[in-house]
Design a protein around this ligand. Structure first.
Ligand code: XMP
Length: 537
C-alpha cells in the first residue's frame, strides 16, 4: 500500500494533515519528527512503502528548541513537502537562512502566486493546484520567515507582505508552503495536498479498511508469534476494537483480556463488554472487581489532576497484582487500544513538543513503558482516528452497541463528578447518564435520518457539586444539579456544542428529574472546545 510519511514536529494540526490525505484515499503515517529513518529498532523503517514525506509545522523555532529530522530525509530521493516549520526546517538544513519576522503572520493571509517563466516539469502538478489564480487566502501562523532560500529553491509565491510562501526546488521534488493546506480556511488546501500526493508522489488510492485489516493482522501475527497477549480493556470503543482485531489475528487461547470494574463505569458496562467479547470468541476474560479500592483511594480528593493520578496509579497497582495472578510467561505482549489522538493529546509518542493538556493515564504506565522498551507493546490502532477505528470494528463484526459508542475517558465517571467522588454520587450519575443516553438513542434528528445519539460525537451527564432548592409534590427538595454535555467533533481535538431542539432538552430534563430522585435541576453546557475541554476535568 502506498503511504505518505508525515514527520511530526509538534504542530496541533499534524493530525489533520494525515486525516486529509486519508480522506483522499491514501494511507498517511505520522511519526515523531526526529525518528530514525534507517529501520533501527523494531518494525522496519518508517520509509517502507513511503512515496513521499511531509514535514509538519511546529510551535518551536528552527534556531531554538525545534527538533531536526534524520538527515536521510534529504538523501532518500522521495518527494518532500515542508509545511510552515517543515519548510523552515528544510531551508535551515539545506543551506538557507531563517529569521524572526518583525510581526507574526497569523490568520487568513493573502498569498500571491508567481508562476515562473519556465516551469520545471516536476513542479507543474504542484502549481496547477492553484487553479491559475493570482492570489488566494491561506491560513498562516508563524513568527519566523525565510531570509535566504536554500540553494536551488524557486520562490513561486509570497504573502501579501512579501515574505516567501510557496517554494519549489528546481531539480528535486521538494516543495514548501508557509501556510497550512490542511486547514479548511486555506483555499486550494485539499487541491495542494492532492497535487503532492497524486501528481508528485504518484500514489494510488489504496487506503481502505479492508487493506488496513489485512496488514494489521499480518503485522500482529509476525510480531507476536506464539506468545500470549494481554489486552487491557476499558469498555470503550478503542480497546474493544483492538480486542476484536487480536481475536481475528491470533488463536483465542493466546489472547487474554483484563477488565477492571472500578466502580467508575457507565451503567451495565461490565455486562456489555463481557457479552460482546464472548460473541467474538474470547476465552480468557479476567474481570477484576475493585470498586472498593477505588472509592477508598478517592475519598476526600477533589483536585482533578490528583484524581487522575490516584486513579492512574491504582490502575497500575491492581494491574500488576492481578497480572501476577494470571501467571503469563514473561514473554507476553501487552496490547492497548491507543488511538493516534490519545498520543497527541498526551504530548507523548508522536511529536516531542505537543503540549500536555490532560494526563491520559492509559498512555504511559510503567508497565506500558517497560513493555515498550522490551519491544513487547502492541498498539494496533495507534495510527487510526476514532471514526476509522469504528469502521474497523464494524468490519470485524463487533456489536454495534459497542462500535457506535461514544468515547469514554479512562478515569471514567471520576472526571464527570467535580469535587469528591463517592459511590453514591457515581450511582446517581450512572442513572442520570443512562436516562440521557437512552433518550438520545430513541430520538431522531429533524430529517429522521439517524438517532440523536449517532448524530452526536459524545454525550454524557456531569454531576455538579452543587445542590439547589426545588419542589417535589408539596415538599421542598434540595437536589443535586446535573449538567448535560453533548458535542459535535471529528476526533475530539476540537468540539462544538450540539444544537438540540429545545423540546428535546426540556423533555430530557424532565425525564432525568422524574427518574433520578436526588437530581433536582438540569442544565446544558454550551461551551465549545477550545476554550473548554469536552470533559469537565
Ligand atoms: P477532553 O476533555 O480533553 O477530551 O477535551 C477529549 C477526548 O478524550 C477523552 N478523554 C480521555 N480518554 N483517558 C482517555 O482514554 C483520559 O484520561 C481522557 N480524558 C479525556 C474525552 O472523553 C474526549 O473524548
Amino acid at each position: 500500500m502506498d503511504k505518505i510519511l508525515i514527520l511530526d514536529f509538534g504542530s496541533q494540526t499534524t493530525a489533520l494533515i494525515g486525516r486529509r490525505i486519508r480522506e483522499a484515499g491514501v494511507y498517511a503515517e505520522i511519526v515523531a519528527g526526529d525518528s530514525p529513518l534507517d529501520g533501527a529498532g523494531s518494525g522496519g523503517s518508517p520509509l517502507d512503502g513511503a512515496r513521499g514525506i511531509i514535514l509538519s509545522g511546529s510551535p518551536e523555532s528552527v534556531y531554538a528548541s525545534g527538533i531536526a529530522p534524520d538527515k536521510r530525509v534529504y538523501e532518500c530521493g522521495l518527494p518532500l513537502l515542508g509545511i510552515c516549520y517543515g519548510l523552515q526546517r528544510m531551508t535551515a538544513d539545506l543551506g538557507g537562512l531563517v529569521s524572526a519576522l518583525p510581526k507574526w503572520e497569523y490568520g487568513g493571509v493573502e498569498v500571491r502566486i508567481r508562476y515562473p517563466e519556465a516551469v520545471p516539469s516536476h513542479v507543474k502538478p504542484f502549481l496547477e493546484a492553484f487553479g491559475g489564480v493570482e492570489s488566494f487566502t491561506a491560513w498562516m501562523s508563524h513568527g519566523d520567515t525565510l531570509t535566504k532560500l536554500a540553494p536551488g529553491f524557486i520562490e513561486c509565491g509570497t504573502s501579501a507582505s512579501g515574505f516567501p510562501a510557496v517554494l519549489a526546488h528546481e531539480f528535486n521534488s521538494w516543495f514548501g508552503l508557509q501556510f497550512h493546506p490542511e486547514l479548511t480556511h486555506t483555499r486550494f488546501g485539499s487541491e495542494i495536498l492532492s497535487a503532492f500526493v497524486f501528481g508528485i508522489c504518484g500514489c494510488a488510492k489504496s487506503w481502505t479498511m479492508e487493506a488496513y485489516l489485512d496488514e494489521a493482522v499480518d503485522k500482529i501475527r509476525r510480531r507476536v508469534g506464539d506468545n500470549p497477549v494481554l489486552l487491557l480493556i476499558s469498555g470503550g470503543v478503542d480497546s474493544a476494537v483492538a480486542g476484536a482485531l487480536l481475536l481475528r489475528a491470533l488463536d483465542a487461547d493466546s489472547v487474554h483480556f483484563m477488565y477492571m470494574d472500578t466502580g467508575l463505569m457507565r451503567k451495565n458496562e461490565t455486562s456489555l463488554v463481557k457479552r460482546s467479547l464472548e460473541q467474538l470468541g474470547a476465552r480468557h476474560l479476567h474481570i477484576v472487581h475493585c470498586e472498593d479500592e477505588f472509592f477508598t483511594a478517592l475519598s476526600g480528593i477533589s483536585a482533578p489532576e490528583d484524581k487522575r493520578k490516584i486513579i492512574g496509579d491504582l490502575f497500575i497497582t491492581i494491574q500488576e497484582r492481578e497480572l501476577a495472578r494470571l501467571g503469563l510467561s514473561a514473554s507476553y505482549f501487552l496490547a492497548q487500544g491507543t488511538l493516534y489522538t490519545d498520543l497527541i493529546e498526551s504530548g507523548k509518542g508522536v511529536g516531542n513538543s505537543a503540549h500536555l493538556i490532560k494526563s491520559h493515564h492509559n498512555v504511559g504506565s510503567p508497565l506500558v513503558a517497560a513493555k515498550r522498551q522490551a519491544g513487547r507493546l502492541i498498539e494496533p490502532l495507534d495510527a487510526l482516528y476514532k471514526d476509522e477505528a469504528r469502521a474497523l470494528g464494524r468490519l470485524l463484526g463487533l456489536d454495534e452497541l459497542i462500535v457506535g459508542r461514544h468515547p469514554f475517558p479512562g478515569p471514567g465517571l471520576a472526571v464527570r463528578i467535580p469535587g469528591e467522588v463517592t459511590r453514591e454520587k457515581c450511582e446517581i450519575l450512572r442513572e442520570a447518564d443512562a436516562v440521557f443516553i437512552n433518550e438520545l438513542r430513541k430520538r431522531r434528528t429533524a430529517d429522521g435520518s439517524k438517532s440523536l445519539y449517532d448524530d452526536i460525537w459524545q454525550a454524557f451527564v456531569v454531576l455538579l457539586p452543587v445542590r439547589s432548592v426545588g419542589v417535589a409534590g408539596d415538599a421542598r427538595k434540595y437536589g443535586w444539579v446535573a449538567a448535560l454535555r453533548a458535542v459535535t467533533s471529528a476526533d475530539g481535538m476540537s468540539a462544538g456544542v450540539y444544537p438540540f431542539a429545545p423540546k428535546d432538552l426540556i423533555e430530557i430534563s424532565t425525564l432525568i428529574t422524574n427518574n433520578v430522585e436526588s437530581i433536582g435541576r438540569v442544565t446544558y453546557d454550551i461551551s465549545s472546545k477550545p476554550p473548554a475541554t469536552i470533559e469537565w476535568e
